[in-house]
Design a protein around this ligand. Structure first.
Ligand code: PEP
Ligand code: MG
Length: 755
């Protein structure tokens, strides 16, 4: 018997010739069934394609009744053709009629046929149709014939996906075309709204050439690309800090497992053997494996299907000689980056001026990429399932970082309403920008210094952009968290010097390492703790392992040579801890002096007040501390015994409760009495109404995220403090849950602009 197995390449070559003809798609399909039937010496070859409602329609046949074409329809799962589509796998049956799923379709005239071999037409793991061949005699088609049919199916899949046979609208139903609007809700991780264009962080390679000119060349290309892929995966696994790349250990291990799986490589080689290019072979094998994995009910296996997609994509990029990410590519001006996961270093590789938003399938508020996105001031939405599959480069997209929503390929009315929203926001930004150089002073002449919270070099431009008075909190742990190893003394010194230089005459307060809790260093071993927020963290680590803190203080002292240095210690719970920390600072100053180094022109040492116990030691504390800064994020959680990261408790207690305000008032009075500075640097300070309450209680320094400076300045300037202070004075002992609404009423009555 002359079969395709004898000459699958010849079959493919003839297929390619047909595909290149300038006839209609239906014509080509008719020629293809004839070609397959004669090449495989089969009496019948038919092609069914998936239509509206998930039905398979006979589109072309050689050997069956032609009148059945476009009339015969089968449901997915119905008959043998439906069975192949449902399970997305080939069937090879010498006695088809004895198969439990056999159904007799009189209109096709298929009665006399005994044997049947069919393969699904797959693309991206989705079934677009089925090719079947049938013979009157009992016949088991050999493996190579099945292979050849699968290869043809792959070529047909491209033809179907182009939309010439089944309309693009119908194809959307299969999920193969990504044309429709798609809306999804995930979690809001970094604030802001953006309209932009999708850029896939890991670009998808479009396979253009399916049929090989020279299979030997393709084989060599495949082997080279696989070798490159394996070594790059090994490198990733060996990378000390996988989070930098956004990948978790589990995913990388899965990559490694697949990349070294001999079955995968064998299937790729076999696919090339049938005459496909290396790229087409990767796509075909990927599509088949994906189809298999996606049918599993086990979520673990379905997750691995994503890993295999990623890996196949990586292999395609190696074949195409493309970089693994889009960072170096020519990008549009309004990039919305889309990825499964991403590390902070990867995000920083992109041109900041073009980056408008990031959307991830994974991602959490405490992930490192989230920290960087917030520092860059770009919205980030996480936990959007199937995002990468649904999006194509160049798609329009809206990212709502406030609601945690994305609108992919949005309808015109959605675009219009977001444009209107952005216009309002831009208008407000203009108003804030106009206030940039205006003093942050209330209508009755009280000045409140508005400072920035920062932590990375990328934050520094915000100083000039916002017109902030200085940096009230520089979180030094952030640079430690986004690098692969402990920053050297030199690197730390350079960064702190850069910060001081950028600030110029504006004051900067460096907070020493606040590690532990959710802030972990990948390169530092930390024991798992039952209750990490109240565990071995921040100053507790620093005092138990003073080398790290001394190193850091040494870098700060060197960086501030001849300039002012303000150092602040985190999570101090008792005065003795502060004294100990300050002694380390003094020791480092003495060391620098003994080495003849230029010392800072002035040194001030203060503490965060985040642990309520310190509120009962203010007098002795302020006798030796130069300033205190209320970290209301942690302070609230300890004050109310209410986890700051637990969304169920998010609204349970209010910062504007009488108890909390009373506590702040106590701190303000103590600082005033001691003649020392008091600041508030938790999130509370960046909210206009809260900022007014703090100012009314006597706080004169607030430190906040850059985007909060404008709204807070507007609120401060809009109102006289005296009536607000008088109101709070009268109500600090109220028994209610919160003074918020009453205070808002008073503030608004006094003319406050609260944004
Ligand atoms: C705080 O706890 O309020 C604070 C500013 O510190 P962090 O948010 O870094 O814990
Ligand atoms: Mg804190």
């Amino acid at each position: 018997m002359v079969t395709a197995a004898g000459n699958p390449r010849m079959l493919l070559r003839r297929l390619r010739d047909i595909m290149q003809e300038r006839t209609s798609a239906q014509d080509r399909l008719d020629r293809i069934v004839t070609l397959i039937a004669s090449n495989m010496v089969a009496e019948v070859c038919s092609i069914y394609l998936m239509r509206h409602g998930g039905e398979l329609e006979l589109f072309a046949t050689e050997g069956l009744n032609k009148a059945a074409v476009h009339n015969t329809r089968l449901k997915k799962g119905e008959g043998l053709v439906g069975d192949i589509a449902l399970h997305a796998r080939p069937l090879n049956l010498p006695d088809a009629q004895s198969h439990p799923n056999f159904v007799f379709l009189p209109e096709t005239g298929e009665e006399p046929f005994q044997s049947l071999m069919g393969v699904p037409i797959l693309r991206d793991g989705l079934c677009l149709g089925v090719i079947v061949v049938q013979n009157k005699t009992r016949r088991l088609y050999d493996e190579e014939e099945v292979e050849a049919a699968q290869t043809i199916a792959m070529v047909l899949a491209e033809m179907v996906a182009s939309g010439d046979l089944v309309s693009p609208t119908e194809l959307e139903e299969t999920g193969i075309r990504r044309d429709r609007p798609w809306r999804a809700k995930g979690s809001a991780i970094a604030d802001g709204v953006a309209i932009g264009e999708v850029v896939l962080h890991e670009p998808r390679v479009k396979v253009e050439r399916l049929i090989a000119e020279n299979p030997e060349v393709e084989r060599v290309r495949l082997e080279t690309a696989v070798a490159e892929l394996r070594s790059s995966v090994d490198e990733m696994v060996d990378h000390e800090d996988m989070e930098l790349l956004g990948d978790t250990k589990e995913v990388l291990e899965a990559y490694r497992m697949f990349a070294n799986d001999s079955g995968w490589l064998t299937r790729l080689r076999e696919a090339i053997g049938t005459g496909l290019t290396a790229e087409a072979a990767v796509e075909r094998v990927q599509s088949e494996t994906r189809a298999r994995l996606m049918r599993h009910t086990d979520p673990y296996l379905r997750e691995r299907a994503h890993d295999l997609d990623d890996l196949a994509n990586r292999l395609l990029r190696h074949l195409a000689g493309l970089a693994d990410t889009s960072a170096g590519a020519l990008l549009p001006d309004n990039v919305v980056l889309i990825a499964r996961a991403m590390g902070p270093a990867e995000l920083l590789d992109y041109d900041r001026a073009k980056l408008k938003a990031v959307v991830l399938e994974e991602g959490s508020p405490t992930s490192h990429v989230a920290i960087v996105a917030r520092a860059l001031g770009i919205p980030l939405v996480g936990r959007i399932d199937n995002l990468v599959d649904m999006a194509d480069s160049g798609n329009a997209i809206i990212v709502d970082g406030e609601r945690g929503e994305v609108h992919l390929r949005p309808a015109a009315d959605v675009v219009a309403s977001y444009r209107a929203k952005l216009a309002v926001m831009a208008q407000r930004e203009l108003e804030f920008a106009a206030l940039r150089d205006a003093p942050a002073e209330t209508a009755d002449g009280v000045a409140v210094a508005l400072n920035l919270n920062a932590g990375l070099a990328v934050d520094l431009p915000h100083l000039d952009e916002t017109g902030a008075a200085g940096i009230g909190l520089f979180r030094t742990e952030l640079p430690f968290m986004i690098t692969t190893r402990l920053p050297s003394l030199r690197q730390q010194t350079d960064l702190y010097a850069r910060v001081l230089t950028a600030a110029g005459t504006r004051p900067v307060t460096f907070r020493t390492l606040d590690l532990g809790g959710d802030k972990v260093l990948p390169y530092m071993h930390m024991e798992a703790e039952e209750n990490p927020a109240m565990g071995w963290r921040a100053i507790r680590i620093s005092l138990d392992r003073p080398a790290l803190l001394r190193y850091q203080l040494r870098a700060m002292i060197a960086a501030a040579a001849g300039r002012s240095l303000n150092v602040m210690f985190p999570m101090i719970a008792e005065v003795a801890e502060f004294a100990q920390a300050r002694a380390l600072l003094d020791a480092e100053l003495a060391r620098a002096a003994s080495l003849g180094k230029t010392l800072p022109a002035a040194v001030r040492a203060g503490t965060m007040l985040e642990v309520p116990s310190l509120g009962w030691s203010l007098r002795p504390l302020l006798a030796i501390a130069d300033f205190i800064s209320l970290g209301t994020n942690d302070l609230m959680q300890f004050f109310f015994a209410s986890d700051r990261g637990n969304p169920r408790l998010g609204d349970r207690y209010d910062a504007l409760s009488p108890a909390f305000l009373r506590f702040i008032r106590t701190c303000v009075d103590a600082a005033d009495e001691a003649g020392k500075g008091l600041a508030v640097c938790g999130e509370m300070a960046g909210r206009p109404l809260e900022a007014l309450a703090l100012a009314a209680l006597g706080v004169r320094q607030l430190s906040m995220q850059p985007h909060a400076v404008g709204p807070v300045k507007m609120a401060i300037r809009s109102v006289a403090l005296a009536p607000l202070a008088a109101f709070l004075e009268r109500h600090l002992d109220d028994p209610g849950h919160s003074l918020r609404e009453a205070f808002r009423g008073v503030a608004e009555a006094a003319g406050a602009r609260l944004g």
